[in-house]
Write a protein that binds this ligand. Sequence first.
Ligand SMILES: [Zn+2]
Length: 286
Amino acid sequence: MPATTPTTTTRETVIGIWARVWDLAPAAVANQVPGAPQLEALCAHTGSALRLGARALQAKARYRPGDPFPLDAWLAETEQKAAETRGLRATDDRKARAHAAGVVQNRSADALRRVEGFPAWVVEDALERLAERLATAEVEELRLRRRAPRYRRDPALAHSGAVHVAADDTEVAIVAVLSQTAPRWTYSSTPDGRMFTHARHGYSAEGDRSYVDGLSDVVDTVSDVIARHRGGLGGRVYITQRHVECADCELVIAWVGASAGTRRTAVGTCSAVADRLSRPGRVVRR
Ligand SMILES: [Zn+2]
């Protein structure tokens, strides 16, 4: 096999899958196919595609135990299943991109009029960056891939419980453009770190959420900050031009850009999380 072809499955695995599907002894299957060239081609597929391919043969009653080993037919079915899976993934990619594009289009429409506190050129710059990110972002697990976290080092404030998120005016304006609230920009994180905006306070149902992963340096970094502060539960925050505030304990959990105010910062895990977890029967929903 050429070195450039990635092998995802061993011969033993391939034979084992076939043996399990048909309830045969793996040694008996191996004896049927010594050195068959199709085995190498089958090895290039995932266990999942191989199983689906074998099940497809089974459903079509194209093979019965005792028949000659139908390697060509199995390979054909497996290749078809692998192609179908790739097709599904492409559909998922398109859906994730369409969602992100819809959110940006919707939020950009009246941004120049809606977003206050920024010069018009900064808002225009923000819209340009958003368009560029939409065009270039990769999709990962049904969302645009999150941008690399951006922290600003500040040794003088190392004792503070709040980190500094690096952001220029344009990045801050992006947070304002994407948000559905003002003057404080409300964002929430799911337990697995997906960030969304929403207009209402409290729990927002899936249909009320606008997922914004992969569009903003600040928002994607805040996803990490929330995870640390909330012990992995997700949570809601208010982002402003100066800081990020936890909506539950109302403490500052990050400073934005160069600013560091005098407000109290959170140290350790959110007190609201500790309270809720200590009361049995209470479910933390985000
Ligand atoms: Zn908190």
